[in-house]
Design a binder for this molecule. Structure first.
Ligand code: HAM
Length: 432
């Protein structure tokens, strides 16, 4: 027997109707940025491995443990992109996009790859919808970006998420805090692995999920209490503007992100119904990143929204489907001439924007009507050779059971009218 294949371990795979929902989620998540002047970029899914080592940070889990790397046939070291920001910076620098109007505002979506231990909501291939805005440190831009992410999630009908917000300071104030935290960590007892982590990046220790460690960290100094005046003023203005646009948030002084490039405004959207993988999106400022990657000293801010987790969050909140039906009309031909008429009618209906499917193969009317029911269509069109000769079509409303005969050239106008009435909810009133 031939070998059967399975999808690789840990990837999310969607089939209809869930795949239609997934697509609808991505489209909605992208829309707020489109309405705010962000231009689309389409970037490669693999990049030079060093772009991520340098951009995201060699000590991060994302780079050191989770990256899919490979050597291509030209002996180049490449990596499947684990995130989008470094690639966008590379693209901006390579194309000199920063030489035009600033800020450069870009949006993207697509698959990202991390070899994490698979579990619900944590996949090895996942989808993000992101934006990056480069070349302005105006707090108004921070507020715009945060508010767009909030709007994007609300556009999916989600209401139960929380926005966690903090400031991670800047190159001027973070080193002094880092030293303060290192001194504090030296006073508590830590296992060897944690001690090592503390040496590489003491901030990451604050993110330790273990209860006993968290208890020891209760008195740890918090970065937000030690940021410089410039960072404090910046953060205050961001929050003032978020208040103006009614975006609620929770102060999260212990928020630690999994990527090393963040400075100043940093945020995460968390959904309480998703269990361990509660982060549905996150982002922040990365004021030194462009320079680190060989570009000019331009600041930037952006976000990445997790489309897979947003879909799970919609399910957890019990929200109704977003995707429009892909079949509203199901057409059935019984007879040779009828098949020709039907092919023509179906093409016209589709051209008029009416989602239409049809029965294939020579089926009995009974089995074709069953297929019509299963398709989710509201109307069935039935043509036999008798109707064909008379240039007529039977149109059956599968909800009310009502059936009428319509002249073939008029059938698309007839269906369009019925459809509009159904959408406006006036059909019953009109009949009353
Ligand atoms: P991130 O927080 O690593 O940020 O990822 C953003 C979102 O992607 C997460 O909040 C989560 O919803 C989703 N995500 C991440 N890993 C997985 C996974 N294994 N399975 C399912 N979903 C996942 C970034 O990637 C930054 N580049 C965001 C950013 C843009 N910051 C500034 N600009």
């Amino acid at each position: 027997m031939n070998q059967k294949f399975q999808a690789p371990k840990g990837v999310a795979e969607y089939v209809p109707p869930k795949a239609d929902e997934f697509l609808a989620v991505q489209t909605r998540l992208r829309r707020p940025a489109e309405l705010a002047g962000y231009g689309a970029v389409e970037l490669p899914i693999f990049e030079d491995e060093a772009l991520f080592t340098r951009g995201v940070g060699a000590a991060t889990d994302v780079v050191s443990k989770e990256m899919y790397t490979f050597t291509d046939r030209g002996e180049r070291r490449l990596a499947l992109r684990p995130e989008g920001t470094a690639g966008v910076m590379r693209c901006v620098i390579e194309h000199g996009l920063h030489n035009g109007q600033l800020p450069v505002k870009l949006s993207y979506s697509g698959p990202f790859f991390r070899a994490e231990r698979p579990q619900k909501g944590r996949y090895r291939q996942f989808n993000q919808v992101g934006v990056e805005a480069i070349g302005s440190d105006d707090p108004m831009l921070d507020a715009e970006v945060v508010a767009l992410a909030d709007t994007a999630f609300r556009s999916l009908g989600l209401t139960k998420f929380e926005l966690l917000l903090t400031s991670l300071g800047c190159a001027a104030c973070r080193p002094a805090y880092r030293e303060r935290l290192t001194n504090f960590l030296a006073t508590i007892e830590l296992d060897e692995a944690t001690r090592e982590r503390a040496e590489q990046n003491p901030l990451r220790v604050l993110d330790d999920k273990r209860g006993d460690i968290q208890a020891k960290l209760a008195d740890a100094p918090l970065l937000i209490d030690h940021i410089c005046d410039a960072c404090q003023d910046h953060y205050d203005e961001v929050r003032q503007l978020l208040r103006v646009v009614h975006v609620p948030w929770v102060e999260a002084p212990r928020l630690v992100r999994g990527l090393d490039y963040y400075t100043r405004t940093t945020f995460e959207f968390s959904h309480p119904l998703l269990g361990a993988q509660s982060g549905i999106g996150g982002g922040g400022r990365y004021d030194g990143l462009m320079e680190t990657l060989g570009g000019p000293a331009l600041s930037g801010i952006g976000y990445g929204l997790g489309a897979d987790r947003a879909l799970l969050a919609r399910e957890a909140e019990g929200l109704p489907a977003l995707a429009p039906a892909n079949t509203e009309v199901f057409a059935i031909a019984l007879g040779d001439q009828a098949r020709k008429d039907l092919t023509w009618v179906v093409r016209r209906l589709r051209a008029g924007g009416i989602p239409t499917n049809m029965a294939f193969g020579s089926r009995s009317i009974k089995s074709a009507m069953k297929a019509a029911d299963r398709s989710g269509a509201r109307w069935a069109l039935i043509i036999g050779d008798r109707e064909s000769a008379a240039k007529k079509i039977q149109v059956k409303d599968l909800v009310t059971g009502e059936q009428v005969e319509v002249a073939t050239p008029e059938v698309d106008a007839f269906v369009a009218t019925k459809r509009r009435e159904a959408q406006e909810g006036v059909a019953d009133v009109a009949h009353a």
